[in-house]
Design a protein around this ligand. Structure first.
Ligand SMILES: *Cc1c(COP(=O)(O)O)cnc(C)c1O
Length: 350
């Protein structure tokens, strides 16, 4: 076989929200590579696995009877959540209200769905409920809460935002794409069991340690998911709710394998390890005089000068910056204490 390029390893990757898949998840992905979960009438095994995936996602998100499916990622799940809210509402001029910290996938959702996206400034990196309330009106179809923000890993006051949504006759969508597999072990109130959440995004291919592509959309009830259904005349099944058509069964199988292997004890252990690493790094950076955003979930942001960040990049560290220019380190499973020790040693070298 012709030699392709080697994929890069995760050794110095501090900026990614994805990680090395769990070995069982990798094996399952390979095994189901040639299955199409977009055609469940034909690919019945993967269709059964998808039901199991949704059941497990329900267990993680406090829902004993969830509806949902395995999407290509958080972007698709967020687009679909906005689509559900738009389709069930009566208005001709729909808007979605979100905190400014919401992921850029909501910009895509608004664009493709013809919905206005209204964002409110955050306070202390969390949604400001009053500021969001000011943007809500009779045409609001969805209020978004972020549970583990992409930039800082912070969690919005989900119960208050769910109340805000329902007082306005809108749906409440929680985006826990990244945070969903660490939040169960924190004190946060973020899921179906804590608040009147309608739809929720949770990505097995991020903290869930499944192979890409495995995102998750979970809905409170089947009728919400039915807002997405289109008829599929020439498939064995009669309707489809996913945004993509053909979609890899690898993601579905991999998500189930990862969750079967890790829920709840493996994820709990990972949460404690990653949290301890984040706190360790935050302390080291603060001791060196950098302004650190106190980690809430395993993500550390700190104000380092841009030249330092550029130097780190030139030494092979994959580091990203927040919109405000802070260095951002996502403490994923592959970011071990040894990796962080070598990172801090490199920082001290400058
Ligand atoms: C990563 C992320 C997304 C997008 O998910 P993809 O899988 O990259 O499409 C959405 N929301 C949040 C909070 C995220 O962290």
């Amino acid at each position: 076989m012709a030699q392709l390029a080697e994929p890069q390893d995760f050794q110095r990757v501090l900026s990614s929200m994805c990680t090395e898949p769990h070995p069982a998840a990798r094996a399952a992905a390979e095994e189901f590579l040639a299955t199409n979960s977009g055609d469940p009438g034909t690919y019945e095994t993967v269709a059964d696995l998808e039901e199991r995936a949704v059941e497990l996602l329900g267990a993680v998100t406090g829902h004993s009877d969830p509806a949902g499916y395995v999407a290509s990622g958080g972007t698709e799940a967020n687009i679909q959540a906005v689509r559900i809210a738009r389709n069930r509402a009566e208005t001709d001029d729909p808007n979605v209200v979100a905190p400014a910290s919401a992921h850029f996938s909501f910009t895509k959702a608004a664009d493709v769905l013809g919905v206005e996206l209204r964002t409110a400034p955050t306070t202390g990196h969390r949604a400001d409920v009053d500021a969001m309330a000011e943007l809500v009106d009779a045409d609001t179809v969805c209020v978004v809460a972020v549970a583990g923000s992409t930039e800082y890993g912070y969690v919005d006051p989900v119960p208050a935002l769910a109340d805000l949504a329902h007082d306005a006759g809108a749906l409440c969508h929680v985006d826990a794409a990244w945070g969903g597999f660490v939040l169960p072990f924190s004190d946060h109130r973020w899921h179906f069991g804590h608040a009147d959440v309608d739809t929720l995004t949770i990505d097995p291919h991020k903290m869930g340690q499944a192979a890409i592509p495995a995102g998750g959309l979970v809905a409170r009830s089947r009728d919400l998911l039915d807002e997405l259904a289109v008829r599929t005349p020439y498939l064995e099944s009669r309707s489809q709710v996913s945004l993509t058509g053909t979609r890899s069964g690898a993601g579905v199988a991999s998500a189930v394998a990862a969750m079967e292997a890790l829920w709840p004890e493996g994820y709990r252990e990972q949460y404690h390890t990653s949290m301890a690493n984040a706190e360790w790094l935050a302390d080291r950076l603060a001791a060196r005089g950098h302004d650190v955003v106190e980690p809430d979930l395993p993500l550390v942001a700190a104000a380092l000068s841009v030249p330092v960040t550029d130097e780190l990049r030139s030494r092979g560290w994959r580091v990203a910056k927040t919109g405000a220019g802070e260095l951002r380190v996502v403490c994923m499973p592959h970011v071990t204490r040894a990796v962080l020790e070598s990172f801090v040693a490199d920082l001290d070298w400058y």
